[in-house]
Write a protein that binds this ligand. Sequence first.
Ligand code: NAP
Length: 330
Amino acid sequence: MKSKLIRLASLPVGIPQEANFNLGFEELPAIKAGELLLKTLYISVDPYLRAKMAGGHKPPLVAGDIMYSRAVAEVVASAAADFKPGDKVLGFLEWRDYLIHNGEGLTRLDDSGLPLSSYLSVLGSTGLSAYFALTDIGKPKPCETLVVSGAAGAVGSIAGQIGKLMGCRVIGIAGSNEKVDWMKSQLGFDAGIDYKTTPDTGAAVSSLCPDGIDIYFDNVGGAISDAVINRMNDYGRVVVCGSIANYNDTASGTGMPLLPLVVYKKLLVQGFLIADYKARFAEGIGRLQQWIAAGQLQYAETIMDGFDRLPEAFIGLFEGKNEGKMIVRV
Ligand SMILES: NC(=O)c1ccc[n+]([C@@H]2O[C@H](COP(=O)([O-])OP(=O)(O)OC[C@H]3O[C@@H](n4cnc5c(N)ncnc54)[C@H](OP(=O)(O)O)[C@@H]3O)[C@@H](O)[C@H]2O)c1
């Protein structure tokens, strides 16, 4: 049987281009004892893959590698005791439409009552990042002001809503007016800023946060974070979840210009990595499911159809083409 696959053809310089990827084909052999034949159903494209291409996120991706990321697949044939045909599984999988796998690291998915794609969005690492990073590091309290950047994306849209559930006033920053309207009308954010059309993001933050900012949930870094962190209250907490504004930089910055502010405002700035929280995933999924079932948490997915569109979907992350989680249906 032939399988399609996508390789990183060359390392991107700046924003990734379609030419950095190539589509290939491979003949799959019959499965051996202990192996599974998987048909890939949904593949997650994520900003951290760009950081892997730059070598910052280990292990790095290098030219010639088959791309891989979290994906949901169906077992088509099994010669392994733990899986049977029809099982749906989640794991880090190579970007292939069909693949042979030894079952290691795969999680069998139960019926959560939500579509399978939700295991790559709200019940996956982005929803869990929002939950753990905000509650463990941000420690939101009622009446505090929370600002979220990348607020209409997979992590940000959930983090802002959890902030509301915890009683905060929530301001989201995102890259279009439509996204700002969606955050306010559908997700319950108190206010939003379209950073692409607002001439002075800092002034907009100041006017929307007259009592300053207690928590900043940072998904983007760069100039947006400068504007927000300058307006933090003393003892504010900065949750550093990601810095997509810098992932395509071709020169490395020098120093951390905001460090004096960290001193004078006595800020707590803490990085977050979801991999640290594996032991608590069941707790996080349970909490997110409860909120969804109670109608208190909405989630969105931007689903692109077609395996061949994986590079386009990935590049779309840097152009703001997604609302909620960007996913490819194979
Ligand atoms: N630490 C962890 O364990 C962990 C886990 C998951 C994700 N993350 C990080 O969290 C962040 C969000 O990830 P996600 O999966 O939820 O992605 P996402 O927010 O769903 O998608 C990326 C979004 O970033 C925005 N963006 C792109 N380039 C930008 C720029 N130069 N400046 C400002 N915004 C830009 C775009 O929206 P706009 O239209 O608003 O520009 C785009 O939709 C990323 O930095 C990611 O690396 C970290």
